[in-house]
Design a binder for this molecule. Structure first.
Ligand code: AMP
Length: 412
């Protein structure tokens, strides 16, 4: 029997349809022992990039060659980890944490994975056809490799299960909605949970005391209203398509646009799906989905890029205003993810003109680049504006370790 004290590592796996991202963390201090990514799984040339001791970035190793499936991908990852003395058979590995996109209504918290949990994730495939099958592949592969190890599913939807019914339901026929489990689930929950908690810490207050609007602005983007540590509204819905303008997704749109595209433009449902998820948003508006490129084009006087930026900001402002109304009292508006953490111009434009809501940005503070959580509002502002880098892997590892730790108490 292993001593619990010795097992302090958690492997976090994030399986996509043709990719596998992983991080090995030491839960004594949250440090990364290794991070990596396998891409183009199943294609002719797959690639594995593995970086041990990511904190100093030394010793990055890259391999190319065909990796046929997720089992082969995880075996390749295991070999890289073993090369660094961090193999999956190490007694120091406490658990594996899996990012699972859709947990439906049943999973409001992380769970230890068993056959019943796997069956439920499978049952949710119709509402998450792109994500849950890939997540299941990662889980099955990891269980086959280490059947004795606690494995935990951490759901993107879990943080949003506290939304009141009036925020979660669409105003459509109830019987139809219930028959097909159509409701607003929300996504990016692990990030919203982590960032809202870290924001409370930054303010020096308990999460139960503060109301926060979290703006997760990455290639995918979502906003949430968090009241005393509980999510009360979020911008993504049944799928990640609803809400903000994103890199390639339209966000909110009149549903009749889809009928119109089918009836008048003669597009198939799959073509419309592809249009709204992959060819819309910033990319659809101006041809670029990377905010750095859009800013560069704006600086050169490009009108299409300017309009795309203005549409993006207009939607963001509408959500900030809406969530001020939902929360009543707002203690902080916080920016996170690739755009939110790095694009000072987006942060400045998003709160410009919102002084009536107590919102303002200090230009000097907003311009500072840092990996640390920080306030960018002026001293004495009624509502804090902050930048808090997200860390979904650390949050998944933390939740996994908390649960697997309990499990290990039972078994040791
Ligand atoms: P994420 O999905 O959180 O990894 O965010 C990716 C997006 O962040 C990219 O598509 C860019 O639009 C944006 N991004 C990353 N770095 C910067 C930067 N330095 N300035 C502006 N946008 C950035």
């Amino acid at each position: 029997m292993r001593s619990r004290e010795a097992a302090t590592r958690v492997l976090v796996l994030n399986s996509g349809s043709s990719s596998l991202k992983y991080q090995l963390l030491d839960m004594r201090d949250g440090s990364r022992l290794a991070v990596g990514l396998v891409e183009r799984i199943g294609e002719r040339t797959s690639a594995l990039v593995h970086t041990p001791r990511a904190s100093d970035g030394d010793g990055k190793r890259e391999r190319t060659g065909r990796i046929a499936d997720h089992t082969a991908a995880l075996e390749a990852v295991a070999a890289e980890l073993a090369h660094d003395g961090l193999g999956l058979d190490s007694p120091e590995l406490a658990a594996i944490g899996h990012r699972v996109v859709h947990g439906g209504l049943r999973f409001s918290a992380p769970v230890l994975i068993d056959d019943d949990v796997l069956a439920e994730i499978e049952r949710l495939v119709p509402v998450a056809p792109l994500h849950n099958p890939a997540n299941l592949m990662g889980i099955r592969t990891a269980r086959a490799l280490r059947p004795d190890l606690p494995q935990v599913a951490v759901f993107d939807t879990a943080f949003h299960t506290t939304m009141p019914e009036y925020a979660a339901r669409y105003a459509i026929d109830t019987a139809t909605a219930d028959a097909h489990r159509i409701r607003r689930y929300g996504f990016h929950g692990t990030s919203h949970a982590y960032v809202s908690r870290r924001t409370a810490e930054l303010l020096g207050r308990d999460p139960s005391e503060v109301n926060v609007i979290v703006l997760h602005l990455g290639n995918g983007a979502s906003a949430s209203a968090v009241e005393g540590g509980r999510c009360v509204d979020t911008s993504m819905g049944l799928t990640p398509l609803e809400g903000l303008v994103m890199g390639t997704r339209s966000g909110d749109i009149d549903p009749a646009v889809t009928f119109h595209l089918k009836r008048v433009a003669g597009m198939s449902v799959d073509e419309i799906d592809e249009l709204l998820n992959k060819k819309s948003g910033l990319a659809g508006l101006c041809g670029d989905n990377d905010m750095r490129e859009i800013q560069r084009r704006i600086d050169e006087g490009d009108e299409r890029a300017r309009l795309a930026f203005d549409i993006y900001i207009h939607r963001l402002k509408k959500y900030i205003g809406a969530y001020c109304a939902v929360l009543g009292r707002v203690d902080a508006v916080v920016f996170t993810a690739g755009v939110g953490e790095n694009a000072a111009a987006v942060r400045e434009a998003a709160v410009a003109g919102l002084e009536t809501f107590g919102l303002a940005v200090d230009a000097g503070r907003n311009a500072v680049r840092s990996d640390e959580p920080r306030l960018i509002s002026p001293d004495g502002a009624r509502t804090a504006v902050a930048v808090v880098p997200t860390d979904e892997e650390l949050e998944i590892a933390r939740q996994t370790f908390a649960l697997a730790g309990e499990d290990r108490t039972l078994i040791s």
